[in-house]
Design a protein around this ligand. Structure first.
Ligand code: AMP
Ligand code: ZN
Length: 115
C-alpha cells in the first residue's frame, strides 16, 4: 500500500468504487470517466508503479490479470464481439495514475491507430 496512491486507496476502500470483480490478487472497478459503454479498470492489489517497474516475481500475477480480464469480458454480452485492453505506461504512454492498471473497454467499435 502506497498511502499517496489513488488506486491503493480504492483497493483499501478509503475511496469508494463501483466494483466489478475482486479476488486476493486484484480488483476490477468501473472507470469514473468512461470512454466506452463498458470501461473497467483492473489493478493488482500490489502497488507497482507501471509496466516498466515489474520484476520476474510479478510474472504469475500479470498472467492472472490477463486471464481474469478474459473471464470478466466473457461475463458481459456487450463484449461478445470483441473489446480492447489497454495499458498506458509512463508519460508518453498517457499514464495518469502511477499504479499499474489495465483498461477493459468495449460496447463500441474502436479505431486504429490510437490517438
Ligand atoms: P491512465 O490514464 O491510464 O493512468 O488511467 C487512469 C484512469 O483512472 C482514467 O481512465 C481515470 O478516469 C480513472 N480514474 C481516476 N480516478 C478514478 C476513480 N476515483 N475511480 C475510478 N476511476 C478513476
Ligand atoms: Zn498504489
Amino acid at each position: 500500500m502506497d498511502k499517496d496512491c489513488l488506486f491503493c486507496k480504492i483497493i483499501n476502500n478509503v475511496i469508494p468504487s463501483n466494483k466489478i470483480y475482486e479476488d486476493d490478487l486484484l480488483l476490477a472497478f468501473n472507470d469514473i470517466n468512461p470512454q466506452a459503454p463498458i470501461h473497467i479498470i483492473i489493478v493488482p492489489k500490489k502497488h507497482i508503479r507501471s509496466l516498466s517497474d515489474i520484476s520476474q516475481d510479478d510474472k504469475e500475477l500479470l498472467g492472472h490479470i490477463q486471464f481474469t480480464i478474459s473471464k470478466i469480458a466473457k461475463s458481459f454480452t456487450e463484449l461478445k464481439n470483441g473489446y480492447r485492453v489497454v495499458n498506458n505506461c509512463g508519460n508518453d504512454g498517457g499514464q495518469t495514475v502511477d499504479h499499474i492498471h489495465y483498461h477493459l473497454l468495449g460496447g463500441r467499435v474502436f479505431g486504429w491507430p490510437p490517438g
